[in-house]
Design a protein around this ligand. Structure first.
Ligand code: NAI
Length: 462
């Protein structure tokens, strides 16, 4: 038995970042992970591998659609799926090995196996029990299954199975027009699959600014994705390696069937806390299975904390990372703070979609007096040169004080562009502050400045 100041359970972005921060603050730290590699869902079967496939398939799209116009002639590349999967696996390997290196560098012990908490102050991994003054649960989330739909990871797959299909499907049906469905749906569309997305609601990506939702869906349709909106999937039948997706239209309750070679179930995720022994410990869970914590990430059992996807809030790697750092700092007696109003969200399609702060619908509902500054990437020189003129930047600011309340971008590098607005919001900036900040030319960032100008005197290039 060994004794630690902190044991972190789970090595995803929440857990491993938390462990590093604990070690930096002088605590003797161990991390528990049952997978063969560190990094959790994000690095092994989520964010990182999907970004590799998004990148590769986007390159193919560029070659097929834009190379000739730029004077780049030659045979269009064809897809070597096995090599693409190798590239994806190598990308995963580089990242997971990187985390392993960081653990060693920070003298964090990796306790290999699945952890449980037999009692406060103790973590059991395999046959060994380790003592810990503080236990931090960062056990993440798992795919939320749909009644009537059995995921076999062969024909009916979750995002995990969709990242390692035996071949590119002729026809892919995606259930759910959320982040996962649209990112992976667009990968396979670009690789040649016929892709149909079946969505319960009338708009894609629930919760996003409605104007962005509309433009995003229109853009994806232009790229060839098909949508069946307002449809509730009831069941999926698999016969002879093919699937039939049965769904009901909400408007008239009519029944329909869609055939598919592969069905991707992307209808959300739920907290994963199996096997930790939380019930016996008396740790309080919400109705949705999230571990309940106070503002310092402490559960109701002294010495046990929780962060990331297994607690309340958006299931985002960067939100988990911030909570990982914050809980370490709380334990060390510091006073960290996370501004939950300024957590950006990004969808890594092409064009990318990014948002931070309030949507226009939220401001309307709150009765807030606001103004809108918008600028299209069509007016941005760099975007035009790069065939990336689709999309716009939209900044929402308080009508009276000019303070930025939210921003929504669909366009090139939106996921990077959003951060200057995050920083501005963190410092309580007005749209005029952004507008008066010199932005290098020619960059996509100029579109952000123009949208800020549009909040007041008006943009220059439109
Ligand atoms: P999601 O919650 O984003 O979207 C699920 C969609 O499925 C919703 O639009 C919902 O209306 C629809 N749906 C539910 N039941 C249905 C039914 N019976 N028939 C038809 N449609 C139905 O969930 P998703 O895409 O699975 O992502 C899970 C989590 O992972 C999210 O919290 C997301 O934030 C996170 N994630 C984030 C990424 C990023 O930040 N780029 C990438 C991948 C995942």
């Amino acid at each position: 038995m060994s004794a630690y100041d902190v044991i972190v359970i789970g090595s995803g972005p929440g857990g491993y970042v938390c462990a590093i921060r604990c070690a930096q603050l002088g605590m003797k730290t161990a991390i528990v992970e049952g997978r063969d590699t560190l990094g959790g869902t994000c690095l092994n079967v989520g964010c990182i591998p999907s970004k590799a496939l998004l990148h590769a398939s986007h390159m193919l799209h560029e070659a097929e659609h834009n190379f000739a116009a730029m004077g780049l002639k030659g045979k269009s590349p064809s897809v070597d799926w096995d090599q693409m999967l190798t590239y994806k696996s190598e990308t995963i390997g580089q990242n997971t090995k990187g985390v392993e290196f960081l653990m060693k560098k920070n003298k964090i012990d990796w306790l290999k196996g699945w952890g449980s908490i037999p009692e406060a102050g103790k973590v059991k991994v395999g046959d060994e029990v380790h003592e810990a003054k503080n236990i931090i649960i960062a056990s993440g989330s798992e795919v939320a299954t749909l009644p009537g739909v059995e995921i076999d990871e062969k024909v009916v797959v979750s995002s995990t199975g969709a990242l390692e299909l035996g071949k590119i499907p002729k026809k892919l049906v995606v259930i759910g027009a959320g982040v996962i469905g649209l990112e992976l749906g667009s990968v396979y569309k670009r690789l040649g699959s016929e892709v149909k997305v079946i969505e319960f609601l009338d708009a894609v990506t629930p919760g996003m600014d409605a104007e962005i939702q509309k433009t995003f869906q229109r853009t994806l349709k232009k790229q060839g994705l098909e949508f069946q909106m307002g449809a509730a999937v009831q069941s999926v039948e698999v016969k002879n390696g093919k699937a039939k997706v049965n769904y009901k239209l909400r408007k008239d309750e009519s029944d329909h069937v869609e055939e598919a070679d592969i069905v991707l179930v992307a209808t959300g995720r739920r907290p994963y806390t199996d096997g930790l022994g939380l019930e016996a410990l008396g740790v309080t869970l919400s109705k949705r299975g999230q571990i309940e914590t106070d503002a310092h990430y402490a559960t109701n059992v002294p010495g046990i904390y929780a962060i990331g996807d297994c607690i309340d809030g958006p299931m985002l790697a960067h939100k988990a990372e911030d909570e990982g750092m914050a809980v370490a700092e709380f334990i060390a007696g510091q006073k960290p703070h996370i501004n939950y109003n300024i957590i950006p969200g990004v969808i890594y399609t092409h064009p990318e979609v990014a948002n931070v702060g309030a949507t226009e619908e939220q401001l309307k509902e709150a009765g807030q007096d606001y103004k809108v500054g918008k600028f299209s990437f069509m007016g941005n020189g760099r975007a035009k040169a790069n065939f990336a003129g689709d999309g716009f930047v939209k900044i929402l600011a308080d009508k009276n004080t000019d303070r930025i309340l939210g921003a929504h971008i669909i366009g090139p590098m939106a996921g990077d562009l959003i951060h200057e607005i995050c920083v501005a919001m963190e410092f309580g900036a007005a749209a005029e502050d952004l507008a008066r900040t010199c932005h290098a030319h020619p960059t996509y960032s100029e579109a952000v400045r123009e949208a800020a100008l549009a909040c007041n005197d008006g943009p220059i290039h439109s």
